[in-house]
Design a protein around this ligand. Structure first.
Ligand code: G1P
Length: 275
């Protein structure tokens, strides 16, 4: 069973300036819940109760969000407003929250390596909260954890994207071994459409085996001059140790304004109004 999930939450969120000037992008709400809480709920539902946050400067409100607000609890206790705290109380009851600071922004691979002391020598999930994934059935990490039981190797979530968008993603090539399941042979970070090995893009959900840390330590900066998790995974893929999985559910790119607005409308119509 996978017990830990890593949340790289140190990024700047420049696409949402000025909103993100003094507020972490992960705290932007989709309706009335911060993006990062959707991610934490998905991880906990998958049994990954230890949430390891890789934070940075200006991100304290994230760690505060996953702690008791004594004053608020005191004020609201016994009032008609208690229901508003139900989801976060549930998360606090089930989850354990730890954090480490990433002092320099050297890429997603570097962020994951920074989280090593919180993970140790066991397989773990990684969730990028910009990618909001919603499914009426089991969440994406739950689906991936089941696949890990079967394959015992690293798993990446993928989705088909328009060919002209490949430069925004890690892109895989592989052999289909079951419906929506590929044994990965090749992975490229942010290829131009002409260089992309397929239109199957990596979405922000991973299950990684802990040998990835040693590989990351020896991974040179790649696309954008950053240490890329995609490049480290390529080393595992060459040994046939990466599975890509076309998950069930909808994904919203909440790192972009159009995706954020789309997610807001979707959650408002399908979850908030249905309550
Ligand atoms: C990161 C990864 C990329 C992946 C993407 C998913 O890129 O490096 O491989 O496809 O997340 O959202 P970023 O969006 O941080 O540039």
């Amino acid at each position: 069973m996978i017990k830990k999930c890593l949340f790289p939450v140190a990024g700047y969120g420049t696409r949402f300036l000025p909103a993100t000037k003094s507020m972490p992008k992960e705290m932007l709400p989709i309706v009335n819940k911060p993006l990062v809480q959707y991610g934490v709920e998905e991880a906990i539902a998958a049994g990954m109760r230890t949430c390891a946050m890789v934070t940075g400067r200006g991100k304290r409100t994230i760690t505060d969000h996953f702690d008791i607000s004594y004053e608020l609890e005191h004020q609201i206790s016994g009032s008609g407003k208690e229901a508003a705290l139900a989801s976060i109380r549930d998360v606090l009851e089930k989850g354990v929250f730890a954090s480490v600071r990433q002092r320099e922004m050297k890429g997603l691979g570097h962020a994951i390596l920074t989280g090593e002391p919180l993970i140790g020598n066991e397989p773990f999930g990684v969730l990028l909260s910009d990618d909001l994934c919603l499914n009426d059935g089991p969440g994406v990490l739950t689906q991936m954890a089941a696949l890990y039981e079967q394959f015992q190797c690293s798993i990446v979530a993928i989705q088909e994207v328009p060919k002209e968008d490949t430069h925004k993603y890690g892109v895989i090539a592989g052999e289909a071994i079951a419906e929506g399941v590929y044994r990965v042979s090749d992975m490229v970070e942010k290829p131009a459409p002409a260089d992309a090995p397929s239109n199957l893009a990596i979405i922000g959900r991973y299950i990684l085996t802990p040998d990835i840390f040693d590989i990351l330590r020896n991974t040179e900066p790649g696309a954008n001059g950053e240490i890329q998790i995609t490049d480290a995974l390529q080393t595992q893929a060459e040994e046939g140790r990466v599975i890509a999985y076309q998950f069930a559910g909808r994904r919203f790119d909440c790192g972009s304004v159009p995706g954020f607005v789309e997610a807001t409308n979707f959650v408002y119509d399908n979850y908030y109004l249905q309550k």
